[in-house]
Design a protein around this ligand. Structure first.
Ligand SMILES: [Ca+2]
Length: 278
């Protein structure tokens, strides 16, 4: 943070931070605090822009799957995944073997059993999804822990085109169930209609009694819920849930945090490595 070099394009005659002329891709600054960039136009008039750098703290990261040729957990917490027939594929930058394509395949993380994080206070899930074209599908599992079908212990984050009653919803959905919950709870984002064959960043943040959804860093719904997520005595799975539901498409950079990400931190994850959208 203390020696970061910015790249920028500009019109006008100069850009300064304080009295120091800034050179694109050259001048380093300390971004521990917001910095004012002052642009001077040809007529001598000036405009200042405050620039704030947000990084996502890794202290609350409990699992991180960058899929750089395997499903290793790079969080340092040792929750390594095992790949079951998922195929290494291009990531959003077009780099080979940096994401996984799923089609009746999955990754599971069996060590250790039980919660990787405390789901009943605050947690966050961040990932990239690229849904393949299959009009027959109504659900796209991203990540889950479940003991099976119906009213078994589970939490399950997915994208759904239809709800249980076959109403078109096109929403990110967080489903919780247990033997004592009957039909369970479905917490849905605003309608979002993810484009197929396109990388989208999706995020779910639980901040106490509020669930927040984001797509490509844009807020897509706040839902109040005090749902109690049960202990689930089954492995965490990526690309698969509830015995029969499989992701058809690619996923990448799946991260789970034991804390609530801010909107700025979600935006920082969306823009990671210079991504500006597809
Ligand atoms: Ca990746």
């Amino acid at each position: 943070m203390t020696v970061l070099v910015a790249t920028f394009t500009n019109t006008g005659s100069s850009i300064k931070v304080g009295s120091t002329v800034q050179v694109n891709g050259m001048t380093a600054n300390d971004f521990s605090s917001p910095i004012a960039y002052t642009v001077t136009a040809a007529d001598g008039s000036t405009v200042s822009y405050m620039v704030t750098v947000t990084t996502v703290p890794r202290s609350e990261l409990v699992a991180e799957y960058l899929f750089s040729g395997n499903a290793a957990d790079s969080s340092g917490k040792g929750h390594n995944g095992v790949v079951h027939n998922a195929i290494a594929t291009l990531d959003r930058f077009g780099v080979p073997s940096r994401a996984y394509y799923f089609n009746n395949s999955y990754i599971d993380v069996s060590d250790p059993p039980g919660h990787l994080f405390n789901p009943n206070t605050s947690f966050s899930i961040s990932a990239w999804l690229n849904l393949a074209n299959d009009s027959a599908l109504e659900y796209f599992p991203l990540i889950a822990q479940d003991e099976g079908l119906y009213s078994t212990n589970k939490w399950y984050f997915n994208y759904r085109t239809f709800d249980k009653s076959w109403n078109l919803i096109n929403a990110l959905s967080f489903h919780v169930n247990s033997p004592s919950m009957g039909g369970g709870v479905r917490i849905n984002s605003d309608p979002i209609a993810l484009q197929l064959n396109t990388w989208h960043h999706v995020a779910l943040v639980r901040d106490g009694a509020t669930f927040r959804f984001y797509v490509d860093s844009i807020a897509k719904g706040n839902v109040n819920s005090n749902v109690v997520i049960p202990e689930v005595n089954r492995p965490l799975t990526i690309g698969y849930a509830e015995v029969t539901e499989f992701l058809i498409g690619s996923a990448d950079d799946v991260r789970v945090y034991d804390g609530a990400l801010t909107a700025e931190e979600v935006s920082s994850l969306f823009h990671e490595d210079g991504w500006t959208g597809q």
